[in-house]
Ligand binder design. Structure first.
Ligand code: DI6
Ligand code: FE
Length: 407
């Protein structure tokens, strides 16, 4: 593409990891932005005129690295309260089952989330969002699932949408009514019917959910119940995804694949058949090493199967108050490497190109290619592997989202 256009801004002398096919490195590169989109990317030596003649604003990146803005594609970021005391009780010897029997666990977050006003819920969730954004996150998925009644599920999704309106971040929302059985129900089938006939139509009517998720597990919902949920979602034109094979092999990944799911998430107990089905359907594997870490799990996702069948792998925080109270996607990249064996290149693909695929927005974001949104993160690092290498150190020195500069 000729580069004699009238660009809005131009980064010069940058090291660029486009993330189109692995790192897609361009050393001493340039990246141009026009009307909120990437309008040119290449080597400095390919620029056809002096930078000042090509763009209104020129930013000399002085060897800073540029990557796509990071994408956190699986979070339960919107909730009220926290479960630090439950965490402490577990370290003092109480089991998760004992805590749940005493009214703790997911249901304690449900109580707090139901009791919180929309403004309180927004304020508490916003703090977590800001922590993620400080590390270059420009797109986030946020699930409901701590309301478990129509009113509170809607409140959560409205808060998620409002966070995206106020802040320089794209928010994709997911309806997770099928997260746990609410206290008003004793029968899981009856609750699934309530979701399909009441909650889901109301949420779809208001355009509050971009996708539908469920928790397929013995302590969650059965494959037959998830099938009902997916039928209802599909009828309403909503894409699906699934918490699958986290604690046992329920055949959830293959079920998700049959419905053309965007992703199947967790996958510690994924079978070879599940991996094959995902590969065939183009369903992304979303790996959540922080939940694995907090739960002190020992069974790792079968990386060899995912690689053998070429299933795209994404990485995400699973930010939630019970099993993954973490707001650092960079730390999750490190955990993906140290706990699951992802290479730093796979880890970075997992929070950019493949995370975009997991959200069905790979045409818009996830790589630095002409025509995609100018969502970019700037890093004071010498090599992109550093993003996976450090823990507790944030080298993010700037963020551009949709062509606007932040930080
Ligand atoms: N799997 C999990 O690990 C979390 N939800 C899910 O479906 C747990 C959420 C919580 O304990 O609050
Ligand atoms: Fe989750």
């Amino acid at each position: 593409m000729p580069n004699n256009q009238n660009w809005d801004s131009l980064f010069t002398h940058a090291n660029i990891a486009t993330m189109a096919h692995g790192y897609g490195m361009i050393k001493d590169g340039a990246l141009a932005v026009k009307d909120g989109s990437i309008s040119w990317v290449g080597k400095m030596s390919e620029l056809q005129a002096a930078p000042e003649a090509l763009a209104k604003k020129v930013h000399d990146a002085r060897s800073i690295w540029i990557t796509p803005g990071l994408i956190d594609c699986h979070t339960h970021l919107v909730y009220a309260g926290n479960r630090a005391q439950e965490f402490e009780a577990r370290l003092n010897g109480k089991t998760y089952a004992e805590i749940a029997a005493a009214g703790g666990g997911i249901l304690s977050t449900v109580r707090a989330t139901r009791a919180a006003s929309e403004a309180e819920l927004f304020a508490q969730s916003e703090k977590r969002l800001k922590a993620l954004m400080a590390e270059g996150v420009t797109t986030i998925e946020i699930k409901s699932g701590y309301g478990l009644d129509t009113e509170t599920e809607i409140k959560m999704l409205r808060v998620a949408r409002a966070l995206g309106k106020k802040h320089a971040i794209t928010v994709k929302t997911t309806f997770l009514g099928a997260h746990a059985l609410p206290p008003e129900f004793t029968d899981k089938d009856a609750y699934i019917d309530y979701i399909c006939n009441d909650m889901l139509p109301a949420i779809a009517r208001d355009g509050l959910a971009d996708a539908v998720d469920g928790f397929c597990e013995t302590i969650g919902f059965s494959p037959a119940q998830i099938t009902k949920l997916f039928d209802a979602a599909t009828k309403l034109g909503l894409r699906v995804k699934l918490h699958a094979e986290q604690l046992s092999d329920q055949g959830g990944a293959a079920l998700a694949a049959r419905y053309g799911a965007l992703s199947a998430d967790h996958l510690e107990y994924l079978s070879a058949d599940g991996a094959k089905a995902m590969a065939k359907a183009g369903t992304v594997a979303v790996l959540l090493p922080a939940a694995f870490y907090y739960l002190k799990e020992t069974q790792k996702p079968p990386m060899h199967l995912l690689r053998e069948h070429k299933v795209a792998m994404a990485l995400s925080t699973d930010c939630n108050p019970g099993t993954s109270p973490i707001t650092s996607l960079l730390t999750v990249m490190n955990m993906g490497a140290t706990l699951f064996g992802l290479t730093p290149e796979e880890a970075l693909s997992g929070v950019t190109a493949n995370a975009a695929k997991a959200l069905g927005i790979a045409d818009d974001v996830g790589t630095l290619e002409v025509g995609k949104a100018a969502d970019i993160a700037l890093w004071d690092i010498a090599h992109p592997a550093e993003l996976t290498y450090h823990v507790g150190y944030n080298p993010c020195v700037g963020v551009m989202r949709g062509g606007e500069f932040y930080l």
